[in-house]
Write a protein that binds this ligand. Sequence first.
Ligand code: UT7
Length: 334
Amino acid sequence: MEQRRAAITAVGHYLPEDRLTNADLEKMVDTSDEWIRTRTGISERRILKDPEKATSYMAANAAKELLEKRNLDPAEIDLVIVATVTPDMFFPATACLVAAEIGAVNAWGYDISAACSGFLFALSTGARFIESGKHKKVLVIGADKMSSIVDYTDRTTCVLFGDGAACALLEPDTDGYGVMDSIEHTDGSQWSFLCMLGGGSLNPPSPVTIEKKWHFLHQEGAPVFKAAVKGMADVAADLVEKNGLSGDDIRFLVPHQANLRIIDATARRMGITMEKVMLNIERYGNTTAATIPLCLSDWEPQLRKGDNLVLAAFGGGFTWGASWVKWAYDGSSD
Ligand code: UT7
């Protein structure tokens, strides 16, 4: 019997219906479909337009899809972890709202703030509760309503982001499947390149923070791009090397979807052709913590038991990391 690992045993997702296309953005800011597609790979994103609905709504819907697919009683869930930088409120944690909404009456929960690396950090954290034997069912969710913090007059950021949520269920496995290994990093010295300055204890909301647009996401694209290309490629390569894997052993690279050029560089560095890279940036843009689980959910029908996946992300903080996951079930069996 192999050691106890945390296997992903189900996935689910939620995407709002409204689409914001490059053509729509051409009418809002000085940009072009050509610039957006060639510089980022994005054609459209989903936007949660209803002002009364927020991140917990999308996260709960993703979780409900998962529970329904698995015919699972929500009362069996032990722990709900939500990775997000757009919580419904500072507190309570979005995880509390999601657990209540889905009927996870026996679960506890908390949020993780690690921007685009959020899902990986949540996966790594959630896996420890399974490996230790403390819990049997952990729900890990990546969800972000990026449209709530995007300045739609700033062409350098508004073309990049979209809204969405997706999740994975972790359960114990002793047959050699699940989260095999992971590497995580943070570097807070470079925080100012990608942040939201206002609203926290440093710059509480005031007429000044509103006037300065500090309640919107701020990104200096070029330094983030440079750090992301290096960070994501390095950490994925380190993980693969540490575990004696080669490009041939990997069925899919599952990269955070911020920019097609960053993904391309990571794949090349790992000796992986683009057919083995999960890509949905064209349809959803950068949904921050949701990109990686959204990929898993989109690709689920193609996944087979034993497939080696390398998940990799880079984001604000800076935060970055990679996980090696051995897929635990045949997608088509659902
Ligand atoms: O997910 C978390 C991590 N985030 C990332 O990984 C994002 C990393 N950064 C990027 O993906 C890229 O830096 C961007 C896509 C954000 C920008 O691409 P870039 O090739 O780095 O462009 P740039 O910022 O160097 O700007 C090049 C030019 C500038 O014009 P000038 O100064 O050369 O005249 C920009 O003003 O492109 C201009 N530009 C635009 N033009 C048309 C910037 N945004 C736009 C736009 N439409 N939307």
